[in-house]
Design a protein around this ligand. Structure first.
Ligand code: FAD
Length: 453
């Protein structure tokens, strides 16, 4: 049901998209695609100050750069395949490192579908043009659909004469029928929207850590292989850490609550990182690194008349698959505005349910991360975890209950709710308890290096 014809997008309607990360580019792509199907011609301006082809912070949107297996497939079906020069490495397995041992687990289907990539033009010490950027690829696709890239930062948004207006880099206000906010985690940009008084409250954020470590392709193949290395160390505030192999670099990512320099040092010293890095390796002081925020609780009222929020500035997925959540939000928002209009009521009815389902799924995610935190803190449980995965991986025909739970949790391949339900299966609980008990009394195996894939 439409509120009023004034809130419908019509031929010639103008749309401003603020932010050209995955959420903004995918929203523009789907908006133009659906408008064409509905017989509408829209003017779409994407405001984005960054040139994503540049190496270092200037072109980077600070991320681990893992595109989950379901998303690689979904994008390909949408006509957004990932070209080989964007995908730096196909991840074939995950290797989990605990103080009691390392264990590798593989995807249930044994297909190489997870992509490791750089969001921008690579780390700061990479030569310009060396890496093809994921964000530049998506922005190009949106431009090919007909969007205009305005290389500028938006500094104000206001309502005027029943429409919405946008000002960039201190210039004049421009009038639009719809603004899509896709500003990610940028705190300064949140203030622009809070000032509108629509009831929008930005997502709650937490500080994380990323660095790009140059090892060279040969050393990466030798020490890490095509495996993502996952660490659950008993270090306060850390949910998990990961080493993600790419072309010549390894991305070190630490997620949790307010990660500080001290937490990073404790992580590198305690987590078994030495087991998968070359002998004598130390974290270089001057490597490309950043401490970006990650959304840990969704925004309040991420829609208003003529205003819709997509991606991290709305509701994202807890700790994993933020790009996948941006894709889902972008497609749902584009569908809502083309087919139901741009009023707050239409967005509440036809867009908000998608965000609400991501937010509700995060509640199950919180329970799952509570369990992984208990595993981190209680040493007696850990040998049981390693034992159970080793047995499952040694018998590929038997049900891989623990492996699939960990795979889907840490790759973001399945909703947290599905993963949670699987943890309640009596066969899983009984087997896990048995492995914990046996693990308590079995002689500890030395935590040797897990063979790479
Ligand atoms: C440490 C860490 C690791 C992560 N790892 C992964 C991972 O491996 N896989 C995964 O799927 N997700 C991961 N994420 C989450 C992922 O980065 C985000 O979910 C994703 O980037 C969200 O996309 P977005 O377009 O909403 O925001 P962003 O990618 O942040 O893009 C926002 C864009 O808006 C622009 N912008 C901001 N303000 C303005 C303004 N006022 N005017 C104009 N432009 C503006 C910015 O320049 C930026 O380009 C990780 C996050 C963190 C912090």
């Amino acid at each position: 049901m439409h509120d009023s014809p004034n809130y419908d997008l019509v031929d010639g309607s103008r749309v401003a998209v603020i932010g050209g990360g995955p959420a903004g580019s995918l929203f523009s792509f789907f908006l133009l695609q659906m408008a064409e199907r509905a017989g509408l011609q829209l003017e779409v301006d994407i405001y984005e100050p960054r040139d994503f082809t540049r190496p270092g912070p200037a072109g980077c949107n600070n991320c681990g750069g893992i595109v989950s297996e379901w998303l690689v497939q979904a994008l390909a079906m949408e006509g957004v395949p990932l070209p080989p020069d964007v995908v730096q490495r196909g991840i074939e397995s995950y290797t989990m490192h605990l103080d009691v041992g390392s264990v590798r687990f593989e995807p249930p289907t044994h297909e190489k579908r997870i992509a490791a990539l750089h969001r921008g033009g690579g780390p700061k010490d990479a030569t310009e043009g060396q890496w093809a950027s994921f964000d530049a690829h998506l922005l190009n696709l949106a431009q090919q659909r007909g969007a205009h890239w305005v290389r500028a930062r938006v500094d104000a948004v206001r309502y005027a004469d029943g429409k919405i207006q946008v000002r960039s880099s201190g210039k004049e206000f421009k009038t639009y029928d719809l603004v899509a906010a896709a500003t990610g985690k940028h705190v300064q940009s949140f203030k622009i929207f809070e000032a509108l008084g629509t009831g929008y409250k930005p997502p709650r954020m937490s500080r994380t850590y990323i660095s790009e470590i140059h090892l060279g392709n040969a050393a990466i193949n030798e020490h890490l292989g095509n495996s993502m290395h996952l660490f659950l160390p008993d270090v306060p505030n850390i949910k998990f850490g990961a080493l993600i192999p790419k072309g010549d670099y390894v991305t070190l990512c630490i997620l949790g609550q307010e990660i500080t320099r001290g937490t990073v040092a404790a992580f590198v010293a305690s987590a078994g990182v030495d087991r998968c890095m070359p002998p004598g390796w130390v974290l270089p002081e001057n490597c490309c690194h950043c401490t970006p925020s990650i959304s840990i609780q969704g925004a309040v009222r991420p829609y208003a008349d003529r205003l819709v929020f997509v991606g991290d500035c709305s509701v994202s997925r807890l700790y994993k698959d933020g790009i996948g959540a941006a894709y889902r939000a972008a497609k749902a928002a584009a569908t809502a505005v083309v087919y139901y209009g741009v009023s707050a009521r239409a967005l509440e009815q036809h867009y908000w349910p998608t965000l609400r389902s991501i937010g509700r799924d995060n509640l199950f995610g919180r329970i799952i991360y509570l369990v992984t935190t208990i595993i981190q803190r209680v040493r007696l449980i850990r040998p049981g975890v390693v034992r159970m995965i080793r047995r499952e991986q040694a018998h590929p025909d038997a049900p891989a209950r623990m492996s699939s739970i960990l795979w889907d949790t840490f790759t973001g391949s399945a909703p947290y709710r599905d993963v949670f339900i699987r943890t309640l299966h009596p066969a899983f609980i009984l087997q896990f308890l048995a492995d914990i008990v046996v693990g308590m009394f079995a002689p500890a195996e030395p935590p040797g290096k897990e063979p790479k894939s």
